[in-house]
Design a protein. Structure first.
Length: 337
């Protein structure tokens, strides 16, 4: 028998059609991630930083997503998940604007990195709130239905960021003849887009009755529960084998991810392929991400048919073996895109 609370929750969700906010929410989740992890690499390369500097500076920017489980329990202590989403999107918009403003300045490296750090922590916190809000804003049937939708729009953010925005920056580089200005304009556009998303979600996100601060929670109680969970994890069987797999199955890709774009952009004298910014945006950002979408569909079908155990090793090889293509390209330096 449905309780009054269940009825109120259903009514609060029905006030907003999920199609009005799920696609935009997960597009907003994906764009800052791709900006920090990929667009930043290409931007710094075009602004004259060395490959060593780029990999050192931008690799650290992944840290907030790595350690976000450490502060995710405390999101429930302050405000609602809806409030966190709106606040973090506002900070991300400010981060994009700050990067755009300081790109043409003398100390652009230090200043833009500071705003990338702001955006990385804001985006990681936004992920926590958005994924939690997804569970509160939809019933079980809707959650199952929109899993594929939310993942698709997250990938669209990848295509838009790595592909369209990088191609736009490349076109501006050519048309304006001013690389810093081209990237500054690109980031101002991202700031404007995110400001629009913030205002849109401020009015369109539903107000689930269950999206409330958890009563009776304290920081000490959360810390105690976290420590218990942490300790229980290290009591699992075959922990060494588990860690070995987790630390190695993406080892090749993790090393390649930061250096792939600089390699494609570098001159032949430096061992690169001398591709333009727009070409990198098309090949690496658009075609690559579309292939990623297809791979996700195929892998989902195979795992659902045969089980994860059968496919875990072939899929780990599928991630790492294509890296050999970059080894060949580095040796052969082909000139045909």
């Amino acid at each position: 028998m449905m309780t009054i609370r269940d009825t109120n929750h259903s009514m609060s969700v029905k006030r907003r059609n999920p199609w009005n906010w799920i696609p935009t929410l997960y597009f907003a989740e994906g764009l800052p991630y791709v900006a920090v992890m990929t667009i930043a690499v290409i931007m710094y390369k075009r602004l004259g930083l060395s490959n060593t500097e780029i990999t050192l500076y931008t690799s650290w920017l992944y840290l907030p997503w790595t350690i976000k489980p450490l502060w995710s329990p405390f999101v429930d202590l302050v405000k609602t998940k809806r409030s966190w989403i709106i606040a973090m999107q506002g900070l991300i918009a400010a981060g994009f604007a700050g990067i755009a403003f300081f790109i043409p300045t003398t100390h652009f490296v230090q200043l833009t990195l500071a705003f990338f750090w702001l955006m990385a922590f804001s985006s990681a916190t936004h992920d926590i709130a958005a994924d939690g809000f997804y569970m509160l804003g939809l019933n079980n049937k809707e959650q199952s239905f929109f899993v594929g939708i939310r993942n698709t729009f997250y990938r669209f953010a990848n295509i838009f960021g790595q592909g369209i925005l990088v191609m736009l920056a490349g076109w501006l580089e050519t048309s304006q003849g001013n690389i810093p200005l081209a990237w500054s304009i690109t980031f101002y556009l991202m700031a404007g887009l995110f400001l629009a998303l913030t205002l849109y979600h401020r009015f369109i996100l539903p107000h689930p009755d269950t999206d409330i601060k958890r009563e009776g929670l304290t920081a000490s109680k959360l810390l105690e529960d976290f420590l218990k969970t942490f300790i229980s994890f290290f009591q699992k069987k075959h922990l060494g084998l588990m860690f070995f797999f987790l630390l190695t199955y993406r080892l090749g890709e993790s090393q390649l991810a930061k250096i792939a774009s600089p390699f494609l952009l570098d001159d032949a004298e430096q061992g690169g392929l001398t591709l333009s910014t727009a070409t990198v945006g098309m090949i690496y950002g658009t075609i690559g991400v579309i292939a990623l979408l297809l791979g996700g569909i195929i892998s989902g079908f195979l795992v659902s048919r045969d089980g994860f155990k059968k496919w875990i090793l072939p899929m780990a090889l599928a991630i790492n073996l294509p890296d050999l293509l970059y080894v060949w390209m580095a040796a052969a330096t082909p000139d045909n895109p």
